[in-house]
Design a protein around this ligand. Structure first.
Ligand SMILES: Cc1cc2nc3c(=O)[nH]c(=O)nc-3n(C[C@H](O)[C@H](O)[C@H](O)COP(=O)(O)OP(=O)(O)OC[C@H]3O[C@@H](n4cnc5c(N)ncnc54)[C@H](O)[C@@H]3O)c2cc1C
Length: 382
């Protein structure tokens, strides 16, 4: 053991960084405000094991490779084949294969400086362009992904089309438990129920949201665009129901999935778990977004209201990762290194990747900046 390292936040980022640092002989303490580790990646306990944040883990990405090299990959399931609907121009229809084909046929590179919609319109007709913009809500969570940098959205679209998205069996807490257990085995101390109110002295990584890092440091440069989204979780009686697994509202930017059809452990016998994300424009009220979701369910699932046994909803701001506006890339986001002894590793930091992968990549950069690992070591070990 050569040097102490304090990590604020026991989300997946803080835990990943702690494991890597401990593997390199550092004595690590992770300080976590909540009573349990996991942060946004926690799932609720039974009966409905709803994920608080992420659903998709990308098995074609660098974090998965990092997990695999340590035997830390959780069991996963794919979305059931078929059973996907879209709502477009007010009508429900089966997932249009031609939409995927049109998106896949786009040229390999998209410009950083141009909005995604404008660039699309130079390649496809207006209604296909609008449908592709709607599709990209799934992994941007933005109310209008057409306004974002074409390069940013297009890179994510290519990742999504590659088909690497899987769901963690038992919810993301399964993965969090694996990480926390490995960290503890390596001697990492995880202090839960302890809220940090100032930046720790000495080598430290803030593995929180960017907003929390801004509050803790008082550094107003720690800011970047993010999305506003309403999440709705429903526990329903599983008596019949429609024949879709998921429905994506391309007009209204809503994504609803019956996750317990893919993983029955998420709901008690005879019930099912549905989780929904709805874009919320800057001026839109939460209740109005909820009404849009209800309209979609009325159309796609007659009788759903009578089956509801449990529900919860929340408005989430800046919780779903970074959004790059035209003219910006991940390189322009707030830098990870903040002096010799402090690093900030968030999913809105200057690091590449998709959603949570950004924060993990930022954590690896943080370890490099603090001299815990070298660039060669990182490159050699996924
Ligand atoms: C609705 C939704 C859907 C999403 N979908 C996906 C998806 O499908 N795939 C994907 O990859 N990503 C997805 N994401 C993004 C993903 O959840 C995050 O990128 C990821 O969980 C970030 O993890 P983290 O460890 O960096 O931060 P967090 O999970 O926010 O962890 C930070 C931790 O720091 C703790 N903390 C904060 N302040 C303090 C303090 N002062 N003292 C001590 N501890 C503190 C918090 O309690 C928390 O545990 C989604 C997010 C949301 C909200």
């Amino acid at each position: 053991m050569t040097q102490d390292l304090v990590i604020v936040g026991a989300g997946v980022t803080g835990l990943t960084a702690a494991i890597e640092a401990a593997e390199h002989g550092r004595r690590v303490t992770v300080v976590e405000a909540h009573s349990r580790p996991g942060g946004r990646a926690r799932s609720l306990p039974e009966p409905f094991r709803a994920n608080l944040g992420p659903h998709a883990v990308y098995v074609d990405g660098p974090w998965w490779a990092w997990l695999a090299s340590r035997g830390l990959t959780p069991p996963v399931v794919a979305a059931p084949s078929g059973g996907s609907l879209v709502r477009t121009e007010g009508r429900l229809r089966p997932w249009p294969a031609e939409l995927g084909r049109a998106a896949a046929a786009l040229s390999a590179e998209a410009p950083v400086d141009e909005p995604f919609r404008g660039w699309l319109l130079r390649h496809v007709d207006a209604s296909t362009a609008e449908a592709i913009v709607g599709l990209t809500f799934i992994f941007t969570f933005d109310h209008d992904p057409g306004r974002l940098s074409a390069a940013f959205v297009h890179q994510r679209l290519r990742r999504a089309l590659a088909g690497g998205a899987r769901y963690v069996t038992g919810g993301w807490s399964t993965l969090v438990d694996l990480l926390a257990e490995r960290a503890t085995d390596l001697g990492v101390r995880i202090d839960t129920g302890t809220r940090v109110s100032a930046v720790p002295a000495g080598p430290a990584i803030l593995a929180t949201s960017l907003a929390t890092a801004r509050q803790l440091t008082g550094d107003r440069e720690l800011t970047w665009p993010g999305a506003r989204v309403v999440t709705i979780d429903l526990g329903l009686e599983a008596d019949g129901g429609p024949d879709w697994f998921r429905v994506l509202d391309l007009d209204d930017r809503i994504y609803a999935a019956r996750y317990s059809l893919a993983d029955p452990s998420l709901a008690p016998p005879g019930q099912e778990l549905v989780q929904i994300a709805a874009a919320c424009a800057p001026a839109e009220r939460k209740a109005d977004a909820e009404h849009r979701v209800e309209r979609l369910l009325d159309q796609s699932w007659p009788g759903w209201r009578e089956r509801v046994r449990w529900h919860r909803s929340a408005l989430r701001t800046d919780c779903t990762g970074a959004l790059d506006l035209p003219g910006t890339t991940w390189h322009d986001r707030p830098a990870v290194g903040r002096g010799d002894t402090l690093a900030v590793a968030t999913d809105q930091s200057a690091a590449p990747g998709l959603l949570a992968e950004v924060a993990i990549a930022a954590a690896h950069r943080a370890l490099e900046r603090l001299g815990v690992v070298s660039r060669d070591q990182l490159a050699g070990r996924s």
